[in-house]
Design a binder for this molecule. Structure first.
Ligand SMILES: [Zn+2]
Length: 213
């Protein structure tokens, strides 16, 4: 397995967005249209269907590399409706697997990739029992980094976030709506970029200079 570094993953996500911009002529702005990015840049098909779930495992989506197809699990359609941003993050995560982990020269040999629970939980790849859980965790981490970088590209995200008072939960929710991501994905991104961190008690610590302060 290739050991992607965070910055490499950020770069690949940004190159993907630049490709999208070049191919569509659309400016880079929030919220990023992950459906179109997947279709136009990666040639992926989005689909909804019922996916089987191993015991005690929740599968939100599956990537079928040989078909260039991502299937969103219809069983959880209600949860996707209830949690704005979850569908988009899940799709961006699958685009990440497609670009980072799929061997495009050998598509027929690729395993089916599945993700479980939400994108911040450890996930698994089916039909790959031999893989160690450590490798699997890293793949999932790569795909999560990618999803965050695709939906909240650093340069755009920081510029927009600076317009918000990051000390207020109300502002964080508004910022999450602007990028159409879940509040948890937003908080992870704020911390990754050194803008703000939320502690275990839900207190926000602003770590960058804030124009509102
Ligand atoms: Zn995954």
């Amino acid at each position: 397995m290739k050991a992607w570094r965070r910055q490499q993953v950020e770069d690949i996500a940004f190159i993907t967005l630049l490709d999208f911009r070049r191919q569509t002529g659309r400016p880079l702005r929030a919220p990023v249209d992950v459906d179109l990015v997947g279709e136009i840049v990666c040639g992926l098909l989005w689909d909804w269907d019922e996916l089987p779930e191993p015991p005690r495992t929740k599968v939100l989506a599956g990537l079928f590399p040989d078909q260039g197809r991502v299937v969103m699990n219809e069983k959880h359609a209600e949860e996707f409706r209830r949690k704005p941003g979850l569908e988009r993050f899940t799709k961006a995560h699958e685009v990440g697997h497609w670009l980072l982990h799929v061997d495009h020269n050998n598509l027929q040999q690729n395993p089916q990739i599945l993700i479980e629970a939400d994108a911040h939980q450890p996930s698994f790849w089916s039909q790959q029992e031999a893989r160690t859980s450590l490798q699997i965790d890293w793949r999932e981490r790569h795909a999560d980094w990618f999803a965050a970088a695709l939906l909240m590209p650093a340069n755009l995200f920081i510029a927009v976030a600076e317009e918000f008072d990051l000390r207020e939960w109300k502002s964080l929710y508004a910022l999450a709506r602007r990028f159409d991501v879940t509040i948890s994905a937003l908080c992870v991104r704020l911390e990754q970029l050194g803008l703000a961190a939320v502690d275990a008690n839900g207190r926000i610590h602003v770590t960058a200079s804030q124009r509102h302060s």
